[in-house]
Design a protein around this ligand. Structure first.
Ligand code: ATP
Ligand code: MG
Length: 390
C-alpha cells in the first residue's frame, strides 16, 4: 500500500537561510544512508521532505532513514491522484489494515493544503470519519479524545495523502551542520557511544586511536577499524588516525612512577589528539569518560587530563551509568564489537595500583623528566591514516 515516506525533522533553531541548508544536508544524508539499498528520489516539497518508495519494502527503507541524524520521525504514507473520493478510499484502505492489526479506536485528522477546496479541514475530518464508520461498521470505534490511532488525511494542491504511523528517529542535527570533532576512539564500549552522540549533534567525526604495537595485536587495531566502520554508517565517512604509543609508554615506564603511568599516557593522548585536531581543522576533542568509572576518571584524574589541552573536550557520557551507555551501544550497533576481547594499550601497561587522586603539580613534575615535545613529534610523524567510507 505505501508508496512514499514523510520525513519529520525538528525545526528548533532552523529558520530562514539555515533551514534551507539544514534541509539540503538532510536530503543528501538520507540519500547517502540509502545507497546500499538503492538510488532513491529524496526531495523537498511544501516544507517537507519525502522519499519515494518505488517498489522497495517500506520497513527496510524506514529502518535506514530513521537513523539519519536530524530526523525525529518517519511516516509511511500513501500518496494518490488528487480527488476527494480517492482520499476517502485510501483512508478506508488504511483503516482496514489497522483493524486487521487489532486496533480498536481511531480518529481522523485532516489537512487542506488546497485552500480552494470547499470543505474546511474540520469538515473534512467529520465527513471522512462518517464515511469510514459507515463502511467498517462496528469493527472499530471512533474516539476523538484518546484514539489508539489517527488516520491522517491530506488534500494537497496536486495529490492526496494518507498516513498513520510514525517511526521514531534519533533526532539531533544533520551531520555537517556543526563543524568537526576529533574523537579518541579506544576499542571499549564507551568511546564509540560518545563519538556517536557528538555526531548526532551535527559534528563530523575524525577518530584517533592509540596502540602499542607489537605489544598490542593487529587484531585490536582491526577491532577499532570495525568500530569506525560502524560509526561511518552514521557519519558517511570517518578518518581514522592510528598512533603508536609504545615509545612514549616505555619512556614513562623508565622515568616516572609506575602508579602515574595511566594518567601520564592519557595526557599524552590528549595532546597528540589536539595536535591532530588542529591539523585537520577539528574544533573539539571527544572522549568516552564518565565520572568515577575508573581510576583515571576521578575528578582529580579528569582535571589532569583536561589540563593537557586547550581546545574544548566533549565528554557526552560524563554523567551516565555504564548500563545506560551499554543500552546506547546496543542500539547503535557497536556493543558486539566493543566487547570482543582485545587488549588495549592502556591495559598492557596499566599499573597495579594507579593513582586515583593525582595532583596536577605532581604529574607535571613527573613529566618534566621526559622530553614531551620530542615524544609527541615522533609519535605524530609516524601516524597512520585510514579513510573509512560507509
Ligand atoms: P572505553 O570504553 O571508551 O575504552 P573506558 O571506560 O575503558 O572507555 P578509559 O580506558 O579510561 O575508559 O578511557 C577513557 C577515554 O579515553 C576513552 O573513552 C577514550 O575516549 C580515551 N581512550 C582511552 N584509551 C584510548 C586509546 N587506546 N585510543 C584512543 N582513545 C583512548
Ligand atoms: Mg578503554
Amino acid at each position: 500500500m505505501y508508496n512514499i515516506l514523510i520525513v519529520k525533522y525538528g525545526e528548533i533553531g532552523v529558520k530562514g537561510k539555515n533551514r534551507y541548508l539544514f534541509e539540503n544536508k538532510l536530503i543528501k544524508n538520507i540519500k547517502n544512508m540509502l545507497k546500499p539499498i538503492g538510488n532513491f528520489n529524496v526531495y523537498k516539497e511544501y516544507g517537507r521532505i519525502y522519499v519515494d518508495l518505488e517498489d522497495y519494502d517500506y520497513e527496510e527503507v524506514i529502518e535506514e532513514v530513521r537513523q539519519v541524524f536530524g530526523i525525529v520521525g518517519v511516516c509511511p504514507a500513501v500518496r494518490g491522484e488528487k480527488s476527494y473520493q480517492n482520499l476517502k478510499e485510501l483512508a478506508l484502505k488504511m483503516l482496514e489494515e489497522k483493524i486487521e492489526q487489532g486496533y480498536k479506536s481511531f480518529k481522523v485528522e485532516s489537512r487542506r493544503g488546497d485552500k480552494s477546496f470547499e470543505l474546511t479541514s474540520q469538515q473534512m475530518s467529520l465527513d471522512i470519519g462518517g464515511y469510514l464508520v459507515s463502511e467498517v461498521k462496528d469493527r472499530i470505534a471512533v474516539d476523538v479524545r484518546n484514539p489508539e490511532i489517527k488516520i491522517k488525511c491530506e488534500l494537497r494542491e496536486n495529490h492526496v495523502m494518507v498516513y498513520s504511523d510514525t517511526v521514531a528517529g534519533y533526532g539531533g542535527l544533520p551531520l555537517g551542520t556543526n563543524g568537526r570533532a576529533m574523537s579518541l576512539l579506544s576499542g571499549g564500549i564507551d568511546s564509540p557511544v560518545a563519538s556517536w552522540m557528538v555526531a548526532k549533534r551535527g559534528m563530523e567525526l575524525e577518530c584517533v586511536h592509540f596502540h602499542s604495537y607489537p605489544f598490542t595485536s593487529e587484531k585490536s587495531q582491526e577491532k577499532v577499524r570495525d568500530l569506525a566502520q560502524i560509526l561511518a554508517k552514521y557519519c558517511g565517512r570517518v578518518r581514522l588516525h592510528k598512533v603508536n604509543m609504545l615509545e612514549i609508554q616505555k619512556e614513562i615506564g623508565l622515568k616516572c612512577k609506575e602508579e602515574e603511568m595511566t594518567i601520564i599516557s592519557r595526557r599524552f593522548m590528549m595532546q597528540i589528539a589536539q595536535r591532530l585536531a588542529d591539523k585537520r581543522h577539528c574544533e573539539a576533542l571527544v572522549t568516552g569518560e564518565s565520572i568515577g568509572q575508573v581510576a583515571s576518571q576521578t575528578i582529580q584524574g579528569l582535571t589532569c587530563t583536561n589540563a593537557a589541552v586547550s581546545i574544548p573536550v566533549f565528554r557526552p557520557l560524563i554523567a551516565m551509568d555504564k548500563t545506560e551507555i551499554i543500552e546506547i551501544a546496543q542500539k547503535i550497533g557497536t556493543f558486539e564489537t566493543s566487547i570482543l576481547p582485545e587488549e588495549d594499550c592502556c591495559t598492557v601497561f596499566s599499573p597495579k595500583k594507579p593513582v586515583t587522586k593525582p595532583r596536577l603539580e605532581r604529574i607535571e613534575k613527573s613529566e618534566s623528566a621526559l622530553d614531551v615535545e620530542k615524544l609527541i613529534e615522533d609519535a605524530i610523524a609516524n601516524v597512520e591514516v585510514e579513510d573509512i567510507e560507509f
